[in-house]
Design a binder for this molecule. Structure first.
Ligand code: ADP
Length: 570
């Protein structure tokens, strides 16, 4: 090597590889051995957003993946930092969101002989069961390849989470700069279209044409696919009623005349042919089982992952391919297989929807003191109707179940929630990801318990001056806050009923509001969205409002020995 040879180290090569693939933002927490990676990234134009807990950084990256269709990138330190980030990567994988967790790791020679290194964990093996793929880069000259492989794997086929392990010693290695530049490449067409077989399309259209009570179920895969126009064209030309899963709300507006959302149970119970578009027949859809579904319902399923078919019910017409391509083929083919949707079916749904809608309006209009969930949500709904392009993040038990029904969405990919796992703790990470990626205002509708899982990220929201408003539906407990204890400590479900969460925002320079009526809530929320100032609105609810486990009470095993009934030795 001559004295004039320029060198490049692992830190710079990782950044070059990410930039070559248009990664514009990284979410993370610095520490050994990746602090310089964040510095180099920031210095070379990648935006670095630093968090207070890695799971939130990971959740922000996952939200970025869902919203943009490109992998969100999360950066973690070795050992515990890596472990903190892993649940978010696992959750992204469960939700089919593309995401990459890049983690520094400890010295391989020490870890593999269990010699006891700083924060030593075999991170690659630890990550493997929870992710779509896990890779380790062992040499500086493999950094470009490792990043390319991670990107390709995260977005192609069924999207998911990829773990990319980079030991500290690899980041510190150097190589000739021009040779290094040749090791980095840009992934061509990272998520190639996958066309369905023409005969599969023909068959699916024939099955649909036999339907007397057809139904389309749109899932978050359909939202993710960014095939909004073709999906709308197919729905509208066929006239088939549709039902959006929670994160597909807004793909077609909830106020669309073909929406069966307000008659959900009836639509599911009575449909005879169901077209699933980017929605799995998992627990969220009762596994397709009767009596929730009609026992002789036939399913047509559009999915990029063929192994999804028959996972719960026989799929009469599987359509393997990307949603854009499959829905285009269905739209083009429908002329040759005219579908008529009997008016008895649409009338039946419309009648039930009108009845349910009237009931909902009645509940929203009540004005009890203290306020309950519906009354608070009625106020939020009114403000969001005036601001349809605000992003909505939603988590909690009652706060989730009720907001999902009450808050209509008019624009695609504007709702992010607890998703496939129904997991708590995504709130602030998703809100930050949505605000950073889109620059638009975000409203996070949070149960007070759910908020606690990521609440310290309010500091992150304030530090980056993000236009995020957190509305805390505060009934002082997990599910509700009015349970009496059996002993001297608070009951297991009870939190601080009179907490003033708004003061947390004020502690970091944001704005706090404390409201006790729907009128106050409406005015605070309009002001907070309009100002684009980081804000918390603490809504004081009746601690007796809310039901245990929200809509999922049926998933709770009942205790054979309830407190008070415990037998000796039990
Ligand atoms: P929901 O919870 O809203 O019902 P799911 O997460 O269960 O939705 O289902 C999403 C499905 O969408 C997954 O099975 C996934 O493989 C599929 N999917 C994701 N992206 C695409 C795409 N571009 N084309 C086709 N299918 C997709």
């Amino acid at each position: 090597m001559t004295a004039s040879t320029r060198l490049i180290d692992g830190f710079h090569l990782v950044v070059e590889a990410l930039k070559a693939n248009d990664v514009a933002t990284m979410y993370g927490i610095v520490g050994i051995p990746i602090t310089d990676l964040a510095r180099v990234a920031q210095a070379s134009g990648i935006r670095y957003i630093g968090f207070r807990q890695e799971a939130s950084a990971g959740n922000a990256a996952a939200a970025a993946g869902f919203l943009t269709g490109r992998p969100g990138v999360c950066l973690t330190t070795s050992g515990p930092g890596f472990l903190n980030g892993l649940p978010a990567l696992a959750n992204a994988t469960a939700n089919c969101f593309p995401m990459i967790q890049i983690s520094g790791s400890s010295n391989r020679a020490l870890v593999d002989l269990h010699r006891g290194d700083y924060q030593d964990i075999d991170q690659l093996d630890a990550a493997r069961p929870f992710v779509k793929e896990a890779y380790r880069i062992g040499r500086v000259e493999d950094i470009g390849r490792g990043v390319a492989r991670a990107i390709r794997t995260a977005v192609s086929g069924r999207p998911g989470g990829v773990y990319l392990d980079i030991p500290g010693e690899v980041l510190g290695q150097a190589m000739d700069a021009s040779a290094g530049a040749e090791t980095v490449w840009r992934v061509v067409d990272p998520a190639p279209r996958q066309l369905p077989a023409p005969e599969a399309v023909e068959h699916a259209l024939r099955v649909l044409a036999q339907a007397r009570r057809p139904l389309i179920v749109l899932g978050k895969g359909a939202a993710y696919a960014q095939a909004d126009n073709v999906i709308r064209e197919f729905v509208e030309t066929t006239g088939i009623p549709f039902l959006p899963m929670s994160m597909a709300k807004g793909l077609l507006p909830d106020a669309h005349p073909q929406s069966a959302a307000a008659a959900r149970s009836l639509a599911i119970a009575r449909a005879d042919v169901v077209l699933l578009v980017g929605a799995r027949l998992n627990w969220l859809l009762g596994h397709g089982d009767s009596p929730q579904w009609s026992a002789d319902a036939k399913f047509v399923q559009v999915d990029i992952a063929p192994s999804e078919f028959d996972s719960n019910q026989p799929i009469a017409a599987p359509l393997a391919g990307d949603i854009g391509s499959v829905m285009s083929a269905l739209r083009d083919g429908v002329a040759a297989h005219p579908l008529t949707v009997p008016t008895e079916w649409t009338d039946e749904l419309a009648e039930r929807a009108a009845r349910n809608d009237a009931k909902m309006r009645e509940r929203l209009a009540e004005d009890p003191h203290p306020m309950r969930f519906y009354n608070a949500l009625g106020a939020i709904r009114a403000v969001l109707e005036e601001n349809p392009d605000v992003y909505v993040v939603n988590e909690g038990a009652n706060a989730l179940d009720l907001a999902r029904n009450v808050i209509g969405m008019a624009v695609p990919r504007h709702r992010l929630d607890t998703g496939t796992w129904g997991v708590m703790g995504i709130g602030m990470g998703y809100a930050i990801g949505a605000a950073v990626e889109t620059g638009r205002p975000v409203v996070a509708i949070e149960g007070d318990s759910a908020f606690g899982f990521s609440g310290m990220e309010i500091e992150t929201i304030c530090r980056y001056r993000l236009p995020v408003t957190v509305v805390i539906l505060n009934n002082g407990g997990v599910y509700r806050g009015d349970e009496s204890p059996s002993g001297t400590d608070p009951a297991p479900t009870v939190l601080s009923a009179r907490a003033h969460h708004e003061l947390i925002a004020e502690a970091f320079g944001g704005k706090g509001y404390h409201v006790t009526t729907p009128v106050e809530l409406r005015s605070a929320l309009s002001a907070a969205i309009g100002s684009r100032t980081p804000s918390i609105i603490d809504c004081e609810l009746d601690p007796a409002a809310g039901v245990e486990s929200g809509h999922l009470a049926n998933l709770n095993p009942t205790s054979a020995a309830k407190p008070g009934k415990v037998s000796a030795g039990g």
